[in-house]
Design a protein around this ligand. Structure first.
Ligand code: FAD
Ligand code: SF4
Ligand code: SF4
Length: 399
């Protein structure tokens, strides 16, 4: 059995809610500093010391191959595919592949607990991280809480509970901090199931987004920025509302994304064992990236519950990305009718599959690179990983 010397970190004191975090305004509220693992914050925080390149090698036993376009963009991987559940989980964000993998792992005794995030009773979008020990608790965590979420705030409970085998579900910034303290958790086996993540917001920012974008903010149960270049809102009564990206009130929404997310280059969750998103797949399908043998083992558990097809790629994103770059600076908004028309045209001729994923990565990395350059120039060199520098280097950026 693994024994660890935890005497040092146990003496550290978690920060009180609401107090300034070590990464200051760049903090993504990942939860690490809500625990005594704050002891390791300097090496663990994605916004104090960016370590993706190094941790990729320790996690996956090899670095990302920057000469291979798919690895450059999507990180170390063994395989990618499009997939969907044969029987989707009602109320999941997409078809519920994430919840299904977690449930299988628990049911088959691979893990004793699953770190995931439910919402509070009072507020459907207020994240409440838990360690789930039953399938029901995992199911109650389905669907995105589209706000910064302190998933790692439950880390102290792991050591206290004596658990030895654990699954953590989380987004990139949470997983970087987790990987950095992995060896200190006293676990025999850690599994990591990641989702991609971009453009996240604080709870207050989310309210502003809903109020400026949806026709009925109080009934929205979930939303997603989809491959057809529209935001799709699902409402309580089951109805769906779509708003074209190009019609978003970018002048109002300009400052809405959290500074952490404007400085984030881990869109594809590089350090997870397996990643489940949607952006590299055809509309209504999910996109799976298996990074290592552990991820392969996790996917095997649900193979009989899903149908799959190979990933595809169509179109050419480059000129669309280049043309969109000045808009980040000027916060352009089109009238709704023009935006709708543009959405239709782009949907017909625009990038699809992996090319859509590259479109989204290129545009966000270019925007974030400019943000860090303007707001944290001294951090730029060390904070931007090598793969992101290469991706941004393909475009002409304004000074
Ligand atoms: P479900 O079975 O519904 O399970 C969702 C899981 O997500 C739950 O286990 C829950 O614990 C976890 N979760 C919910 N909210 C959070 C949170 N705030 N932080 C950490 N974990 C959380 N995919 C893309 O391909 N492109 C994107 O641009 C993209 N952006 C995203 C932005 C955010 C903020 C989040 C949380 C996810 C994003 N995803 C993105 C992932 C995608 O939306 C789905 O979460 C993923 O495909 C899984 O769908 P599912 O039906 O299998 O999940
Ligand atoms: Fe701490 Fe996480 Fe915030 Fe970094 S991002 S300061 S590790 S809570
Ligand atoms: Fe964390 Fe990046 Fe997602 Fe923001 S965009 S919540 S920093 S993974």
């Amino acid at each position: 059995m693994t024994t660890i010397d935890s005497s040092k970190h146990k003496k550290a004191k978690a920060l009180k809610p609401g107090s300034v975090r070590p990464a200051k305004e760049l903090c993504s509220e990942c939860g690490l500093c809500d625990t005594y693992y704050i002891h390791y914050v300097k090496e663990a925080c994605a916004f104090i010391t960016q370590r993706i390149d190094e941790l990729e090698t320790t996690t996956h036993n090899r670095p990302r191959n920057l000469e291979d376009e798919n690895e450059l963009y999507f990180g170390v991987h063994q395989e990618m595919m499009s997939a969907r559940k044969l029987e989707p989980i009602e109320g999941a964000q997409w078809t519920g592949i994430v919840s299904s993998i977690a449930i299988e792992m628990l049911n088959r005794g691979l893990v004793e607990g699953v770190v995931c995030v439910q919402n509070t009773k009072e507020d459907r979008f207020q994240p409440m991280p838990i360690i789930a020990r039953t399938p029901e608790e995992i199911l109650a965590a389905k669907v995105n809480k589209p706000t910064l979420s302190p998933n790692l705030s439950v880390l102290e409970q792991i050591e206290q509970s004596g658990m030895k085998r654990l699954l953590v579900i989380g987004v990139g910034c949470q997983i970087q901090a987790l990987r950095a303290v992995e060896k200190k958790l006293g676990l025999e086996k850690l599994y990591v199931l990641g989702t991609p993540c971009v453009d996240n917001v604080t709870r207050a920012g989310l309210q502003k987004f809903l109020e400026t974008t949806s026709r009925s903010p109080e009934t929205v149960v979930s939303y997603e920025f989809m491959q057809d270049f529209r935001v799709h809102f699902k409402h309580e009564d089951g109805s769906e509302e779509t708003v074209p990206f190009f019609g978003l009130k970018t002048n109002v929404l300009k400052d809405i994304f959290a500074p952490s997310c404007m400085s984030c280059f881990d869109y594809v969750n590089s350090l997870a064992d397996i990643v489940v998103g949607y952006m590299g797949a055809p509309f209504k399908w999910q996109w799976i990236v298996v990074r290592n043998d552990t991820g392969k083992e996790m996917l095997e558990l649900v193979k009989d519950q899903i149908e799959t097809q190979p990933v595809m790629s169509k179109g050419d994103r480059k000129s669309a990305v280049q043309q969109s770059i000045p808009a980040y600076d000027q916060a352009v908004t089109l009238p709704m009718w023009a935006a709708k028309l543009m959405g239709v045209v782009i949907d017909k001729i625009g990038p699809k599959g992996l090319e859509y994923a590259r479109f989204s990565i290129d545009s966000h990395f270019a925007r974030n690179y400019l943000y860090v350059k303007r707001n944290h120039p001294k951090k730029l060199e060390a904070h931007v990983p090598e793969f992101a520098k290469r991706i941004v280097g393909q475009y002409k950026l304004p000074e």
